[in-house]
Design a protein around this ligand. Structure first.
Ligand SMILES: Cc1cc2nc3c(=O)[nH]c(=O)nc-3n(C[C@H](O)[C@H](O)[C@H](O)COP(=O)(O)O)c2cc1C
Length: 179
């Protein structure tokens, strides 16, 4: 039985909530595991057909040690190890051949002119492609109403629907499909 894996980074819990909602949606089509990047296996198991990754935008990009330290210093975040997260996991992960993948990020609900600068999910996609994964769908962005959340109303439902759509997409693809 093939399955899906959702790997997330989350400082205040919002991206985690989105990851869990995506997993609920995916679970309508295939078994799913959800793990934080800190706990994710460096070698993605061979039976994983769909990998979804996501986390917050920090300083317009993926979190990195300096921005995590900023979250601790300026926003009272509790981060066990500011040196590791989703980017660092994607830098060293090994994935099965012909893996389907998709990326998401969370970002502040601000004018489009500003949110256009947020590129965490774009970097995640670049890292996924670098691993040899096939992007099954364009990245999705989910909105929070403040630095520490909460999610904007309806975003969890939207994440669930996106997860379901990804599950349907992967179920419809032949197991050895490329591109
Ligand atoms: C250090 C730091 C930098 C941030 N920079 C941005 C940013 O450039 N763009 C943005 O939309 N949100 C920014 N935010 C807000 C995050 O988007 C928000 O904290 C995150 O989406 C919440 O997800 P989480 O609860 O999973 O951490 C920043 C937050 C922190 C702590």
């Amino acid at each position: 039985m093939t399955r899906a894996l959702v790997v997330y980074e989350s400082v205040f819990g919002d991206a985690r909530q989105i990851a869990l909602a995506i997993a609920e949606g995916l679970a309508t089509r295939l078994p799913v595991d959800v793990v934080s990047a800190r706990e994710a296996p460096a070698q993605v198991p061979a039976d994983v057909r769909m990998l979804v990754v996501g986390g917050p935008n920090h300083a317009f990009g993926m979190p990195r040690p300096a921005t995590r330290e900023g979250a601790v210093r300026d926003h009272g975040a509790r981060i066990p190890d500011t040196r590791s997260g989703l980017h660092e996991w994607l830098d060293r992960a090994q994935v099965p051949r012909a893996l389907n993948a998709a990326a998401f990020d969370t970002r502040m609900d601000r004018p489009t002119l500003i949110t256009k600068l947020d590129h965490a999910a774009r970097t995640e996609e670049k890292l996924l492609r670098g691993l040899g994964a096939d992007l099954a769908a364009p990245a999705e962005h989910f909105f929070v109403s403040g630095t520490k959340g909460p999610l904007v109303d309806g975003e969890e439902d939207r994440a669930r629907r996106w997860g379901r759509a990804l599950g349907e997409l992967v179920a419809a693809r032949p197991a050895n499909a490329h591109g």
